[in-house]
Design a protein around this ligand. Structure first.
Ligand code: DGJ
Length: 779
């Protein structure tokens, strides 16, 4: 709901209010963003207005008529340079006369009944109310429009801006942010998620005392170095209680989120396209659009904020055929084969996949050109006849005959110098002609600033996607930018390359997703190097990390869930020792982590033991039975000694929980599972899946029970292991939701004191999955 009371604007969602007003000096003053306030007149709003009888000393006064106002110490909706505000600006425009003073003042405001389209960038769907505020810098005939969209049921407010050059001279937009929040104090913790390849999303909590803290990417992608999702929370906020703002951008390129503590103890948060290496030329009547910022506030802790973000992303960011549709369980060929693929091997692996219940077979890198390693062929999207002697269509038909859908890997934005494409179109890459070029993974980036390249890639990919029965595409992107130069743009516009590339990428994705609405696209950028809301507008799921080690994955996935729903997080069970860490974790733990989201496998199933295949078959059958909740349920992170997750169906009748331990802590064997999101008074059955353990897992402890001595790894040990299984513990509880949410005391974990079904086999990296089902009658 958007309301205007005289000169004040009130934006309301189900549980939040966002309020600002027009200052007598005609800037917009930020008054409030937080828990919903009851206001129904300008009188009600008055107490929210900061009192200014005089301006602080040694500051600039905006104008003589208002000696009490210095913009340096006002809370503003959009700060700018040159009229007293010396904080990080929202907008920075260089005029034809060289000045960078911007003085945008209120002209008008109107309420629209839907989201005004963004010409160049994707934006959130399903909005019904938008506030459009127009500010004008009269001296230079430049307009700044601020758009606020309200998504009441998700407690989401979005913000963005547009600059329009109405003058007859050229201007340069050196920065245009998407949102700004000026807080009256700085009692907040800024949480950022940083990392690198195979090490995405490390959570960092920064107590901001003074100065500026920046979270940004200059890689050309939203990046694994600094995800654009950040949080501002109270110092004591927990998963279930306290203030938190979740903030994100619908953007896949260089982004920037900064927090500045002012000399007056206030705090400014600002987010948008990274102004570093950026400047956009606007000729007469041209406009520049910022990306859309998404903001969510909750007074009930991180889980509640995440819940709203998740629902918003599922309903308003992800779109198309697959938006709310259950996603298939896939087998990806990469870690089983790397570049060494051929038709025979793939068919053998696909047959093994079918037997365990997999639904989609994905042929990863290595199938095209002469792609025997990562040094050639990107750009040449024709199958390699040595590897696929009967062609791509034949392979796909064979896979379909086995009973699996087929998916393919591509990396369309890239080219190797060793490729026919590069040899015929050197002018199509991002590089500085005549200079030595730096490369990443031996590849160069195609210049998506150039519409001809976007058109070419649309045609080539369309041809590929229609050449066989392709149901899924893994869209990879494996490098960061260097030698940033578009051979298509004039020298005066080279600072536009980063942003124009993203505009070109979105155009390409728009063309292809419209032409192939039924294909399931999965985003990937060396894992999570482009895990953001922009990509999710085209691709309903993203490969979260190239790291498939279960322990690392727990942390990576856990961090993603602060800002992103399970339905977009793609996870695979892979082999051990793990290819990234050489760590060995149990097969059930690998599954127990991967099943929270989109499940896949990435291992040579044709090589696995019957025992492992049987376990995988059971995992897949189980996942299918609970898939909707694993992919679309309400997810909770639970703070306790063990790692603890819970996901609950929307009707609260079904839930799954997970606990995981890192290392065994001897003689500390009492553990709990804690549920969340159940009906307090509902009655539930809590149970685990019965398991049997290989006796070899207990090593030579076998001799404490065996009548004859058994040497480890001897033939006798193998034979006994074949016939004697150790029963796993049984958890079987009937109780209320409130008890389950307080915590279930589990069977004691093993600690050197004998083993029976009353004891939980719980070694390093062990985990358990629990099932919770509502019972119609109290038993
Ligand atoms: C990087 C991806 O993240 C991997 O999953 C795999 O597709 C390789 N690229 C293939 O080159």
């Amino acid at each position: 709901m958007i309301k205007q009371y005289d000169q004040s604007f009130v934006l309301e969602t189900a549980h939040t209010s966002y309020i600002f007003r027009l200052l007598p000096t005609k800037q917009l003053e930020h008054l409030y963003y937080g828990k919903k306030l009851t206001v129904s007149s300008s009188k009600d709003i008055e107490p929210l207005i900061e009192q200014h009888a005089f301006a602080p000393g040694n500051t600039n006064i905006y104008d003589e008529e208002h000696p009490e106002y210095s913009l340096e110490d006002m809370r503003l909706e959009a700060g700018m340079i040159g009229k007293g505000d010396i904080r990080i600006p929202f907008v920075e425009i260089i005029h034809a006369d060289g000045s960078s003073t911007n003085d945008f003042l209120f002209q008008e405001a109107k309420i629209n009944t839907s989201h005004t389209p963004i010409r160049t960038l994707p934006y959130a769907l399903n909005n019904k109310e938008e506030l459009e505020v127009t500010l004008v810098d009269e001296a230079y005939a430049v307009i700044l429009k601020l758009y606020y969209n309200v998504y009441p049921e998700y407690d989401i407010i979005s913000r963005r801006a547009v600059v329009i050059n109405n003058s007859d001279e050229e201007i340069k937009v050196n920065r245009l942010m998407s949102t700004q929040l000026d807080f009256s104090n700085h009692n907040y913790v800024l949480t950022t998620f940083n990392g690198n390849w195979t090490n995405e999303m490390n959570r960092h909590d920064h107590i901001i005392e003074s100065g500026i803290h920046i979270n940004a990417s200059l890689t050309g992608c939203s990046s694994s170095r600094a995800n654009p999702f950040v949080m501002l929370s109270g110092k004591h906020t927990t998963e279930d209680d306290g203030d938190v703002y979740g903030l994100n951008l619908i953007y896949s390129g260089n982004h920037y989120e900064a927090v500045e503590v002012t000399s007056y103890g206030k705090m400014r948060f600002i987010a948008g396209i990274n102004p570093q290496n950026f400047s956009f030329l606007l000729k007469q009547s041209d406009s520049f659009e910022s990306c859309e910022a998404v903001m969510c506030y909750s007074s009930h802790g991180f889980n509640d904020m995440s819940k709203h973000m998740h629902a918003f992303i599922n309903d308003c960011i992800v779109r198309g055929t697959w938006q709310h549709k259950e996603r298939p369980i896939l087998l990806n060929s990469w870690e089983a084969n790397y570049f060494k693929i051929n038709e025979q091997k793939l068919l053998r692996q696909a047959k093994a996949a079918k037997k365990v219940g997999i639904e989609l077979f994905v042929m990863d890198d290595g199938w095209f050109g002469k792609r025997d390693n990562d040094q050639s062929s990107l750009g040449d999207w024709q199958y390699d006849p040595k590897k696929l002697p009967h062609g791509l269509k034949h392979l796909v038909d064979k896979i379909n005959e086995i009973g699996l859908d087929f998916g393919i890997w591509v990396e369309p934005e890239m080219v190797n110098v060793d490729s026919s494409l590069y040899r015929s179109h050197k002018e199509w890459t991002i590089e500085i002609p005549g200079h030595n070029q730096s490369e990443g993974r031996h590849q160069r980036i195609l210049d998506l600033c150039n519409p001809e390249v976007v058109g070419y890639l649309t045609d080539v990919m369309s041809e590929l996607f229609s050449s066989a029965n392709i149901k899924y595409v893994k869209w990879d992107m494996n490098r960061t930018f260097s030698d940033i130069y578009s051979q298509y743009l004039p020298s005066s516009q080279q600072q536009e390359v980063f942003h124009r590339y993203i505009i070109g990428l979105y155009k390409l994705l728009d063309n292809l997703t419209k032409a192939f609405p039924d294909i399931l696209f999965e985003g990937c950028a060396s894992g999570g190097n482009r895990f953001d809301l922009g990509m999710l507008c085209y691709m309903p799921q993203i490969w979260a990390s190239d790291n498939t080690d279960a322990l690392c994955r727990y942390h990576i996935q856990n961090s993603y869930t602060y800002g992103y729903p399970l339905s977009v997080i793609s996870n695979h069970v892979s082999s051990t020792p793990n290819h990234q860490t050489l760590r060995t974790t149990p097969l059930d733990t690998r599954y127990n982590i991967a099943c929270f989201g989109i499940l896949g496998y990435e291992t040579n199933l044709a090589d696995l033991s019957n025992e492992a295949l049987e376990e995988i078959k059971n995992q897949i059958a189980q996942y299918k039975a609970y898939r909707h909740t694993f992919q679309f349920g309400t997810f909770y992170r639970i703070k306790q000694d063990l790692h603890n997750w819970c996901v609950v169906s929307s009707d609260q009748k079904e839930a799954m929980g997970m606990i995981m331990q890192e290392l065994v802590l001897p003689n500390r064997q009492h553990h709990q599972f804690i549920a969340r999101g159940l009906k307090e008074e509902g009655h539930y059955h809590f149970f685990n899946q019965e398991k049997q353990y290989n006796v070899k897992l207990f090593g030579d402890l076998i001799n404490t029970a065996s009548p004859i001595h058994i040497k480890q790894d001897s033939l006798a040990h193998h034979v006994v292991a074949k016939f004697v299984k150790m029963p796993g513990e049984v958890e079987d509880v009937h109780t209320s939701g409130s008890v389950l949410m307080y915590g279930v005391n589990l069977k004691q974990a093993f600690s050197a004191n004998g083993y029976s079904e009353q004891v939980r086999y719980f070694q390093d990296f062990a985990s358990r999955l629990y099932f919770i089902q509502e019972e119609s009658e109290i038993k």
